[in-house]
Design a protein around this ligand. Structure first.
Ligand SMILES: [Zn+2]
Length: 365
């Protein structure tokens, strides 16, 4: 069994001893080869110059850290013309020159680094008995080679906030691979156009309904098809619907009341129950209504100067959404007190009380 285990460590090494210790397993190993090649001239030689002990971390075993203590050798180059007279032997399938971890341990740690990053990766690696520092993990990630990504064909262009409400840039995504391709520092048509020119081959550009990206796409990729992306289509649809309903608020409200009356089974029912009023309360409501009217007039004034809701909001102390809602509705909203009781429950009130008195209180029967 031990022989089978030893053969798994590396085809280049003979494991001569296994030393279990309290916190790790030490494998004492020797290179199998009797000769080595000079890394400068490629001459093969068996002339050993000296020995030294090399410690290399390997994949964990039974949840324990594994250290290979390698009886490594230095060789003399047989070529008198070679500039490298002495060299350390190479074990390309096991460990890189000067590395302190085997290649396969490095691969596993790199996978962890890519998945969770430097410091988190370091903590996870320690738990998995493959300790490595966060800085080393980041170095390994930076040194790892990447395949150049395929040229994008379908991209999405949208704005994103460097700082919400203040500074915006542009994000470009590969919509076929669901991957961010680039972040541009601003949202100018010129910047988008020059990015598109540097990335030929784009066939479809999904964008918002604003003119800036349309202009940028037209200049940077004139042959690409421009489409409105789904999110902006739904947003525009929602705005149009809100605007249309806002214009017919009274009719919608009347229809709602009629429906409630029909559901309650009483055509003559007053859908808006009377609420207690007092002159003081009425005065307060009137004053608030006036304030809202003045605020709406101010919003309209700013709007006619060409300001967007985003610019109007901080000047009026309102949220951008409220400004948009008021403008879409064509006026400030009337605030109404909610009904004192649920009209919907009325037809069932008597039945429910009866059931309650019968002891049926869990809603299952
Ligand atoms: Zn040489």
């Amino acid at each position: 069994m031990l022989h089978a285990f030893r053969s798994l460590v590396s085809p280049e090494l003979s494991i001569v001893q296994i030393l279990p210790q309290a916190d790790k397993v030490v494998l004492v190993a020797r290179p199998k080869a009797t000769e080595s090649c000079c890394p400068s001239c490629g001459c093969r030689t068996g002339r050993v110059h000296s020995h030294y002990m090399r410690r290399v971390a390997d994949l964990p075993w039974q949840g324990r850290v594994v250290e290979i203590r390698l009886h490594a050798r230095r060789f003399r180059c047989p070529d008198p013309q070679c500039r490298q007279r002495i060299f350390t032997e190479r074990l390309p399938e096991t460990v890189q020159p000067k590395a302190r971890r085997t290649a396969r341990l490095g691969e596993s740690q790199l996978v962890i680094g890519f998945a969770v990053g430097g410091e988190s990766g370091s903590r996870l690696s320690r738990k998995l008995a493959m300790p490595v520092s966060g800085d080393t993990l980041l170095r390994m990630i930076r040194a790892a080679g990447f395949d150049p990504p395929d040229a994008p064909r379908v991209v999405g262009i949208d704005d994103w906030a460097w700082r919400k409400g203040q500074r915006y840039g542009t994000i470009i995504c590969d919509l076929e691979r669901n991957r961010v391709l680039d972040l541009l520092p601003d949202r100018n048509a010129h910047t988008v156009a020059s990015w598109l020119k540097r990335h030929p081959g784009i066939e479809v550009i999904a964008r918002d309904r604003a003119g800036v990206y349309a202009d940028g796409a037209r200049r940077g990729a004139p042959d690409a098809t421009q489409v409105a992306d789904r999110w902006h289509l739904l947003q525009n649809l929602g705005e149009a619907l809100r605007l249309a309903l806002g214009r017919h608020r009274k009719a919608v409200s009347a229809a709602g009341k009629a429906m409630m009356a029909e559901m309650s089974g009483d055509d003559d029912a007053n859908p808006e129950p009377s609420v207690e009023t007092s002159p003081k309360l009425d005065g307060l409501r009137r004053s608030r209504r006036n304030q809202r009217s003045e605020l709406y007039a101010e919003v309209l004034d700013l709007r006619t100067t060409g300001m967007s809701p985003r610019q109007i909001a901080p000047r009026t102390g309102m949220s951008v959404r409220t400004v948009e809602r008021w403008l879409a509705a064509g006026g400030e909203p009337e605030h109404r007190r909610p009904p004192a009781r649920s009209v919907l429950m009325d037809p069932f009130q008597e039945y429910l009380e009866g059931r309650w008195q019968e002891g049926q209180r869990n809603g299952l029967h």
